[in-house]
Design a protein around this ligand. Structure first.
Ligand code: AMP
Length: 419
């Protein structure tokens, strides 16, 4: 594979997979353009070298057919303004007209393809009748696999070079994120700057962490984080478990959790995680006290209780003051910090103090020289809400892809280029 920084795009056409799956308001105005801005360095590098960029992305879930609501045309003007360059809209992503537009592209120009997911081939999932037999299903899947290859090849034929800069979809083995790479030799496929920096920060954290390495896992449920927790047990020195999953662990220890969110079917698993942590010498931190409320409401009555003595009718919605002190001390003295998931219901101000303290401690730790990585939807929303995004080392743009990476899975979009 090539490296984007040392590659010379002069006279070349590069097809770039970006993640422009951005949110809109009812007037189709983009309400958060983070993902567009994240792709700018890669596109600018191609243009600056004297190359042309063919941009492709998905947008929403149009289920394999044209739907004007999901057209990338809604992004054309915003992209053009962000880059300060005219953007030509292709109207489709494959076909003779698109090919002609790509062929006519001059150095310095940008062609924006239409939503890839207007074709079922992008995701490669065939439409099946509800009563499809096993045989019919198998046949449809095999046919779709072939169609997906043809579609990928057609996309590849538009350009000389393939650049993947869509970390957010790197966990999908789709036509534009993975299969297309088969149609370029190693010297003509590479990651864009965004994927390079995402991977660089993940490697720093998971493969070469400065010790001690502390992971803070929060969020609502244990069930969605089990694989990550198990994978992290082999890597971290300290594991702070917060948020809703606290109560499954406390209950597993025999504590009273009142009406707190709890997953009784995961009690054994919580116990086994504690045992594994002890075996591996990982220090596991759980809340010792919590902010309990008599309703899931910002205006509910609250009181501080021990985390294992929450009365019936009360639920733990945030970390308590003693817990915050412990968490803060551990985080501030870390060499590497990974944060995924709030330690309380941070959306309600009454229960945001714990997550705010975690964010402050990460900032303090970072100032003292730690490398801090924050990722996974809610913790990013959290750090943004507190206005501290600039004060940490790296914020991941990805949701599902980051979680799968943290689970230790190989991401198809990464493998397709790295081999
Ligand atoms: P997740 O998507 O699993 O990371 O969960 C994030 C959500 O967990 C946020 O919306 C928080 O409000 C919620 N959460 C955090 N702590 C609690 C808690 N103690 N009880 C209920 N929900 C919580």
């Amino acid at each position: 594979m090539s490296k984007i920084d040392s590659f010379n795009f002069s006279g070349k056409k590069a097809i770039v997979r970006v993640d422009f799956n951005v949110p809109f308001n009812e007037k189709f105005e983009i309400t958060d353009d983070t993902r567009i801005r994240a792709a700018v360095p890669t596109i600018q590098k191609i243009l600056k070298d004297g190359g042309a960029a063919i941009i492709m992305s998905h947008l929403g879930r149009p289920k394999g057919k044209f739907n004007a609501d999901f057209s990338l045309k809604h992004i054309q003007a915003h992209l053009s303004k962000t880059l300060g360059v005219d953007v030509i809209f292709a109207g489709d992503c494959v076909g003779a007209e698109v090919k002609a537009k790509a062929d006519a592209l001059k150095p310095g120009q940008i062609l924006l393809l239409e939503n890839l997911r207007f074709y079922l081939e992008e995701e490669g999932k065939p439409k099946l009748a509800e009563d499809a037999t096993e045989e019919e299903t198998k046949k449809a899947k095999a046919e779709m696999k072939e169609k997906q290859k043809t579609f990928s090849k057609e996309l590849a034929s538009l350009a000389d070079v393939y650049v993947n800069d869509a970390f957010g979809t790197a966990h999908r083995a789709h036509a534009s994120t993975a299969i297309i790479a088969d149609y370029f030799d190693n010297d003509h496929k590479m990651f864009g700057y965004l994927i390079e920096s995402e991977l660089g920060s993940l490697v720093k954290v998971l493969e070469k962490p400065k010790r001690p390495f502390t992971a803070i896992m929060g969020g609502a449920k244990v069930s969605s984080k089990i694989t990550i927790i198990e994978n992290l047990l082999d890597k971290v020195d300290n594991l702070i478990l917060g948020g809703g999953m606290t109560y499954t662990f406390i209950k597993a220890r025999g504590g009273e959790v009142g009406d707190s969110i709890c997953e009784p079917e995961f009690l054994d698993l919580a116990k086994s995680i504690e045992v594994k942590a002890a075996e591996k010498g990982v220090k596991l931190y759980l809340a010792s006290d919590v902010v309990a409320a008599d309703a899931f409401d910002n205006n509910a009555n609250t009181k501080i209780t021990a985390s294992d003595a929450i009365p019936a009718g009360w639920q733990g919605l945030d970390a308590g003051p003693e817990t915050v002190k412990t968490f803060t001390q551990v985080i501030e003295n870390s060499g590497t910090i990974l944060w995924n998931g709030p330690v309380g219901v941070f959306e309600m101000d009454a229960f945001a103090k714990g997550s705010r303290a975690v964010a402050d401690a990460i900032v303090a730790g970072t100032k003292k020289g730690a490398f801090s990585l924050i990722g996974g939807g809610d913790s990013v929303a959290c750090i943004n809400k507190f206005g501290l995004a600039e004060e940490v080392s790296y914020i991941s743009t990805a949701g599902g892809a980051l979680l799968e990476y943290l689970e230790g899975k190989v991401l198809p979009g990464i493998k397709a280029i790295q081999g």
